[in-house]
Design a protein around this ligand. Structure first.
Ligand code: ZN
Ligand code: ZN
Length: 391
């Protein structure tokens, strides 16, 4: 299970294909059936076209050695991503004209509630009999939704708590740092549960990574399970030390979020995942999960991927120093930001969530997420039902 892959294999061409696909502009779609793919080593492109028997490439590997070359892999990966985004489930903002629960447009005005940020119209739905305000998710908050989602955006895109507070003041919103932290705690908790229920359609290759974060000067380890293809951050766990961590928990959570096991799990050499893999991913049952440790080959893109992740986290170190209770709301918030909010260059400017078939729409994605996370369970939009991947 822990074997190192010794020779250039089908997997390696697939991974090289992946790194080509993740280079911005390297896979150019000419039309439905033809692509131009940049060479990994030369400054040229190969032509990959679709035929009745699949994609055909004009590179030497494909032409003379009759292999499925990395360019074909790259096109397949890019094509799949495109299809997935086309067929994606859309998570829409909730506007005032329909019931937040059942979607019925047959509404009755039911008085007005006053609070600091203004008057809020209350409605009664004739369809399901529920009462609601169009302020879903923010009902008991003193400040308006815009202030709160702006705070989330500023903070998770890298501003310090102080800067976040200062920017809010420019919007006419006076709050303490503690209030901002309270918002983060409340809304990250809400979005986290919702996000975990969405069933992202992740690929079959996952990567478990360990990142260290400093919290009040103490080193903590953040264990992150990432989908290799879409960059979706599937699950996380925080531990005090590098050695006592039981990787089983991370594997179990990942399995629950993704609704499946990976075919390939890549881990680095430091952490012993072998036993956890055996217990959680049952590598002896079909389809088997292969566990690859410490994979290294000349292409550096895979290392880069994790380094970038490390960068995202390290940038937060300064910010996190001021926080008393470590921890999970901040790191979970970073996970939500990474998955749903921040466009990813390696995905043609899509978010990892979009790459897994979850498109959050609206001009304020934080708002859309919070609104949807606040809907009654039975009316939530989820990817779970009928998902071909949820076996
Ligand atoms: Zn080729
Ligand atoms: Zn209703």
């Amino acid at each position: 299970m822990n074997q190192y892959s010794p020779k250039p294999s089908i997997d390696e061409r697939e991974m090289r294909g992946q790194s080509i696909a993740q280079n911005f502009g390297w896979v150019r779609r000419v039309d439905e059936t033809s692509y131009m793919v940049h060479s990994q080593r030369l400054d040229r492109e190969y032509s990959v076209i679709q035929t009745e028997t699949g994609w055909v490439c004009d590179c030497p590997d494909a032409q003379f050695r009759l292999l499925k070359c990395k360019h074909q892999w790259a096109v397949e990966i890019s094509w799949t991503l495109r299809k997935r985004v086309e067929e994606a489930r859309r998570i829409e903002p909730i506007q005032g004209q329909a019931c937040v629960a059942c979607g019925s447009e047959s509404l009755m005005r039911w008085g007005v509630r006053h609070n600091k940020s203004g008057d809020i119209q209350k409605f009664m739905c004739r369809g399901c009999g529920r009462f609601f305000t169009v302020n879903i998710g923010f009902e008991k908050m003193k400040h308006n939704p815009k202030a709160i989602t702006t705070a989330l955006q500023l903070y998770f895109s890298g501003e310090s708590l102080r800067k976040t507070k200062d920017s809010l003041r420019l919007m006419g919103v006076e709050v303490s740092a503690q209030t901002v932290l309270n918002w983060i705690g409340k809304y990250v908790g809400l979005m986290e549960k919702y996000a975990d229920s969405l069933a992202p359609k992740v690929s079959d290759t996952w990567r478990a990574d360990e990142l260290y974060v400093k919290v009040k000067g103490n080193l903590k380890y953040l264990y992150a399970m990432m989908d290799d293809e879409t960059r979706y951050w599937i699950a996380q766990e925080v531990a005090d030390t590098k050695y006592i961590h039981d990787a089983r928990n991370l594997l179990r959570m990942s399995k629950e979020v993704a609704g499946k096991r990976p075919h390939t799990l890549i881990t680095d050499g430091a952490q012993n995942y072998a036993e956890a893999v055996t217990r959680e991913f049952w590598p002896n049952l079909e389809p088997r999960t292969r566990h690859i440790r410490d994979i290294r080959f000349d292409g550096t893109i895979h290392n880069n991927k994790m380094e970038r992740m490390n960068g995202e986290i390290r940038d937060r170190e300064e910010v996190m120093r001021g926080i008393k209770t470590m921890d999970t709301p901040i790191l979970k918030g970073m996970q939500i930001y990474h998955n749903f909010i921040k466009p990813h260059e390696g995905l043609d400017g899509r978010t990892p969530a979009e790459a897994t078939g979850l498109v959050v729409t609206g001009s304020d994605r934080w708002l859309t997420l919070i609104q949807n996370a606040s809907r009654p369970n039975e009316f939530r939009q989820s990817n779970r039902e009928g998902s071909p991947n949820a076996d």
